[in-house]
Design a protein around this ligand. Structure first.
Ligand code: SAM
Ligand code: SF4
Length: 325
């Protein structure tokens, strides 16, 4: 077993989010309202290249990979990539974040490839509201994907972003999913990245207050649910749990365990700041050991904390779709 590398602040870095595309079949208003500039295929890392980077990361102790995007299921052959990464000896968990539109179609292949968990992004259970947020009338397909995933027994988490005046009144319908289903419904505070800056999110402190009023016996759920910073709660008797991910009102940087890689090979140790290195050309010119050296440096130099409270310090100007969330 490889011991995970510590960064210069002593944090153990064991998790990498890997974006495989910056294309998407939805147009979520806080993520990519006007679409993004589509890059040529040759600028994207191939599956072999992504796997090589994951192998180098695993040699540094990164043993969990999240496949994200854009929408990962729109990248042709992504099921093969899941299998390739899952087969790396150092990788003990591979999960995916998806909008769920194509999930029912790809689920059997993903399960066979060894996917360990699926996060489905879902901001509304109301057809009109869903369409207004995502720009597409696809709620039924997402719900079909969700039910198929639950029936398969794979670990399912739902990610919701609440916006004041848009879907903030829908939190209790979303929470209700955990009453009869064994899933985690997680509320992610809106982050001031890209178009997210234009929306007023809901503070998870306020949401917790509302939940405590509605469910007086709500209690903290201390079981380990995943690799991230969510704080979990449960209502006794419910099958699922409720998670709060609070990057804005509850800074969790002291326990941050992750780095990110974009579909073009940009390495990003913190959401707030622009990428610090690119591995694509290095990989193509010098081979994967050189990438291992860069990864080591990027992990070591990971910034102490994000700067969402000082908007002028944010150097990342890309939309979330190009970063991978
Ligand atoms: N297409 C996939 C999906 O929607 O799950 C993966 C990529 S998406 C960028 C990953 C996650 O980032 C989604 O759950 C989305 O809701 C979230 N996200 C996008 N922009 C955000 C923002 N400004 N603040 C908080 N979360 C955001
Ligand atoms: Fe696409 Fe996901 Fe962004 Fe929505 S949040 S536009 S589904 S990448």
């Amino acid at each position: 077993m490889v011991i995970s590398m510590l960064d210069s602040r002593g944090r153990e870095i064991n998790y990498m989010r890997v974006s495989v595309t910056d294309k998407c079949n939805l147009r979520c208003r806080y993520c990519m309202p006007d679409g993004v500039e589509i890059v040529p295929m040759s600028d994207l890392l191939t599956f072999e290249e992504i796997t090589a980077v994951c192998r180098q990361a695993s040699l540094l102790g990164i043993d969990r990979i999240k496949i994200t995007g854009g929408e990962p299921l729109v990248r042709k052959g992504v099921v093969d990539l899941v299998a390739m990464i899952r087969a790396l000896p150092g990788i003990r968990q591979i999960t995916m974040t998806s909008n769920g539109v194509l999930l029912a179609d790809y689920l059997p292949g993903l399960l066979e490839a060894g996917l360990n968990g699926i996060n489905i992004s879902l901001d509304s259970l109301d057809r009109d509201s869903y369409k207004s947020i995502t720009g597409r009338d696809q709620l039924d397909r997402v719900l079909a994907g969700l039910e198929a995933a639950l029936a398969s027994g794979i670990r399912v988490k739902i990610n919701s972003v609440l916006m004041k005046g848009t879907n903030d009144q829908e939190w209790s319908d979303l929470v209700d999913l955990a009453r009869t289903r064994p899933l985690d419904i997680r509320f992610i505070e809106m982050m001031p990245i890209g178009s997210g800056k234009e929306y007023q999110g809901v503070s998870n402190e306020d949401l917790l207050g509302l939940m405590r009023c509605r469910f007086p016996d709500l209690r903290e759920d201390h079981r380990v649910h995943g690799n991230g910073p969510a704080v979990y709660y449960q209502v006794p008797g419910w099958q699922g749990s409720i998670g709060l991910i609070s990057p804005v009102h509850g800074k969790f940087c002291s326990g941050c365990n992750r780095i990110r890689m974009s579909a073009m090979g940009d390495l990003k140790p913190c959401l707030c700041y622009e990428a610090v290195a690119n591995v694509r050309d290095l990989l193509r010119s010098q081979g994967e050991e050189a990438v291992g050296q860069i990864l080591k440096q990027v992990i070591f130099d990971k910034p102490e904390a994000h700067c969402f409270s000082r908007l002028e310090d944010i150097t990342e100007d890309k939309q979330m779709i190009a970063i991978g969330g």
